[in-house]
Structure formats: structure tokens, C-alpha cells
Design a protein around this ligand. Structure first.
Ligand SMILES: *Cc1c(COP(=O)(O)O)cnc(C)c1O
Ligand SMILES: [Zn+2]
Length: 412
């Protein structure tokens, strides 16, 4: 990989060769970060060449990705998700310009597909046949789908609270699924022990530094879809912190390679009932574990696995932190659906809930331009969608009853 220099530990600075199955730092256990040669990348690719490409998937950015030249990329089409000017929603929120990047449109319905597609490529390079992970749902379902398309076996650990839609995906994609009667933290620990015992390829995002490199492609797309003229803010919902770290890495890559001349400020949005990272920033203290009290299961992470990279990303970007209630998340789901036709799962709508709240509180000025990242599809969690949107009008098949019902609703 001529574009990749090394893998550097973010805790102790030790530097390693970026082999396909590196995990955390052998010296101190810190998380590794893949480093690039931006001069080389710049000599290989210009924004104009990029714009002319016909590959509408995350692999159009191959020069910026840690994959061997000879590696085949997976067949499942991941990335190049839609990017909408959400003018009606912007007006309701009271902000100049709002864009929605809908990553719920990926093949298995979440942004996690970007990381899982990368995991599949690296597992192939590492020469293994089984990939494993633990997840609150989307990392698992995306791994199962991407692995199925590429012919790998998967072993998946989910906490028992994972929504049915996500578990259904796992079963449909043929994964071996272990539903753990415990928290996400306990699930994660069991999976880590099993992975080291059986030597499977590890798709746990904070452990495997390549996954963030897959996730960062969402920022490449946002920048390209904005014609490389960045907005003032980019809002992201945060659980483990791998997504927001990946988003930041993508913008930094583009900046370092001269593709954009301005970096956006990150808006880190967590649930009030589970916001260890935002609390750490707000109070200027080390992060501490919290309970997992929110309906947004994908970000109900009381012990984040990637706290340092995420906190660095928020601070480096001069970012802001916002916590939203479950009620505000439900409201945001309705707003996205009713103003924009975008159906988000709770964690998928959390970023937008944060934008609305930050504008109300004056944290984001009204004349700002903002991208809100929708990270997952609402079809994964129908129970919460119904809670947010309500039940339909139920009547017997009778015109008089229909008229009555319409009358009650002032519809007619
Ligand atoms: C995983 C996930 C997030 C948060 O990503 P982290 O890396 O855990 O911070 C947000 N939304 C959805 C839908 C997710 O699946
Ligand atoms: Zn180290």
C-alpha cells in the first residue's frame, strides 16, 4: 500500500507496519490510527479526476483507503448515499441551510456498512474465513450482510435488547448469532474472549483500526456532494465514538490532501440518558461510565470503546456537544419523515434532534450551514417508529364510519 505509511498508537505514539490483522497497540493496548502519505495521494488523484469517476460506491476513494492494489472490493454496493437539501426542515428548525446525508440507504440500512465492507476486504487480505463482532445491532447486521455477499462465515454477539429488525437481518444473512443476556459492555467482553480463543477476524470497531477508514468515506461523499465547499457544521450521533472519529478523519484527509480548504465543526449528539463522552467535554473531566438509558439502542453505550479518538475529534474540530431526550429523538424522527421523506431509526435521527436543540439554544447560529448525518434506517426498529409516529385510524369497511372518522379529524 504505497498510500499508507504506518499504524500509529494514539496513546503512546509507537509506530507499526499496517498489516491486515493488526489490532490494538502491542505495547500499551492503545487504539491505532492509520497514517497516509498525502503527497503521494495528491500525485495520484485530483478533485477533477474524482468527479469524473463512474464508481458510485465508497470505493471511488480508493487512493485514500488502506487496501492493497490487488485486493478485490466487495460486490455489495456500499456508500454514495443520497444527500438532500432539506429546505423545509431547515425552515422549521430556523437555520439558513440544512443538508441531510441519508446513510440509512446503504445495503443493510446503516452507515456501519462502510466499516463492514472494509472489514471484509481486510479479512480477505488476512486470509481468514470467519469474522466476528459484538454490536448493539447495526455493526452486526452490516457485517453479516457484507460477509454473506463475500462468502465469509460470521459469529455475532448481540445484547438481548437488540431490536428484532436487526436480529432478523442477522438470521437472514446466515450468521451464527449469540444473544447475550447482559449489557453491551458484557457482550463486548465475551466476544473479545471468544475472538482471541478461536482466532477469528475481529470486526470490533475500536479494536480494528481499518473500520474507521471505511467510515470516513461518508465525509468524502459529503464533501464531494457539496462540491468541496464545506458547511460550517456536521452533526453526528455518538455511541462508541467510532463514527464521529471516522467522520473527522475523512475531513482531515481531504484537508491534508488539499481537496477542501475549510474543516467543519463537529456537533456531537448523545442521548441525555447515556452521554458519557459529551459529559466529559462539557465538564472538562475524564469520561466516566453511564447507564444505558435511552430508546436509541445504537448509541446506548455506557462504556464507549473509542473515547480518546472521539474526544480528540470533537476538541480538534472546535466542536459542540448536545444531549437530547428520547422525546426529542421521537420528534426528530417525525420531522425527518414528514418534511423530508427520510425514515430514520432513533439513533439515526439523533443528530438532527441535536441540530434543532443547538439552534434553539443559540449554540449554532441561525445563519450557519449544517449537514446532519442520518446513520440508520427506521425499518430496523419498527416498534420505536410506531411509538414516534402513532397508530393508524382503524375502522370497519364502511363509508359512514370513514366519514365520521374524517369529521373527527377535521379532514373531509
Ligand atoms: C453505530 C451507530 C451510531 C454511532 O456510532 P459509534 O461509532 O458507536 O459512535 C449512530 N447511529 C447508528 C444508527 C449506529 O448504528
Ligand atoms: Zn501504544
Amino acid at each position: 500500500m504505497k498510500n499508507v505509511k504506518s499504524a500509529v498508537c494514539i496513546a503512546c505514539g509507537a509506530e507499526y507496519e499496517a498489516t491486515p490483522n493488526i489490532t490494538t497497540c502491542p505495547k500499551c493496548g492503545g487504539i491505532l490510527d492509520i497514517q497516509y502519505d498525502y503527497e503521494y495521494i495528491r500525485s495520484q488523484l485530483t478533485p477533477e479526476q474524482l468527479k469524473a469517476r463512474s464508481d458510485h460506491s465508497m470505493w471511488r476513494y480508493r487512493e485514500f483507503l488502506p487496501v492493497e492494489g490487488a485486493s478485490k472490493v466487495p460486490k455489495l454496493r456500499v456508500g454514495w448515499s443520497p444527500f438532500y437539501e432539506a429546505d423545509r426542515l431547515a425552515e422549521m428548525i430556523g437555520i439558513k441551510k440544512l443538508y441531510i446525508k441519508d446513510d440509512g440507504i446503504n445495503p443493510t440500512g446503516s452507515l456501519k456498512d462502510r466499516a463492514s465492507a472494509m472489514a471484509v476486504v481486510k479479512a480477505e487480505e488476512a486470509g481468514v474465513d470467519t469474522i466476528a463482532c459484538s454490536s448493539t445491532g447495526n455493526a452486526a447486521s452490516s457485517l453479516a450482510g457484507n460477509a454473506a455477499a463475500a462468502g465469509f462465515k460470521t459469529v455475532i454477539f448481540v445484547p438481548e435488547r437488540a431490536p428484532k429488525g436487526k436480529v432478523a437481518q442477522l438470521m437472514m444473512f446466515g450468521a451464527t448469532v449469540i444473544s447475550v443476556k447482559g449489557t453491551y459492555e458484557e457482550t463486548f467482553r465475551l466476544s473479545a474472549d471468544a475472538i482471541s480463543r478461536w482466532g477469528w477476524y475481529n470486526r470490533n470497531a475500536a479494536i480494528n483500526p481499518y473500520l474507521m477508514e471505511g467510515k470516513k468515506t461518508v465525509s468524502f461523499e459529503i464533501a464531494e456532494q457539496l462540491d468541496f465547499k464545506m458547511t460550517d457544521y456536521v452533526a453526528v450521533s455518538v455511541g462508541d465514538g467510532c463514527t464521529i472519529s471516522g467522520v473527522w478523519k475523512g475531513f482531515k484527509d481531504l484537508y491534508a490532501a488539499g481537496f477542501i480548504d475549510k474543516l467543519p465543526r463537529l456537533v456531537s449528539v448523545q442521548a441525555e440518558g447515556c452521554c458519557p463522552l459529551n459529559r466529559s467535554i462539557a465538564e472538562g473531566k475524564d469520561w466516566e461510565p453511564m447507564e444505558e438509558n435511552t430508546i436509541a439502542d445504537s448509541i446506548a453505550v455506557g462504556v464507549p470503546r473509542n473515547p480518546d479518538k472521539a474526544l480528540n475529534a470533537i476538541r480538534e474540530s472546535n466542536g459542540i456537544v448536545v444531549n437530547v431526550s428520547d422525546e426529542e429523538i421521537y420528534e426528530s424522527m417525525r420531522l425527518l419523515g414528514r418534511t423530508s421523506g427520510v425514515f430514520a431509526e432513533p439513533a439515526g435521527a439523533t443528530g438532527t434532534a441535536g441540530v434543532k436543540k443547538a439552534v434553539l439554544q443559540g449554540l449554532i447560529p441561525k445563519d450557519a450551514t449544517v449537514v446532519s448525518l442520518v446513520t440508520g434506517s427506521g425499518l430496523k426498529d419498527v416498534a420505536n417508529a410506531i411509538k414516534a409516529a402513532g397508530e393508524p385510524i382503524a375502522i370497519a369497511p364502511d363509508m359512514n364510519l370513514l366519514l365520521e372518522a374524517f369529521e373527527k379529524m377535521n379532514l373531509k
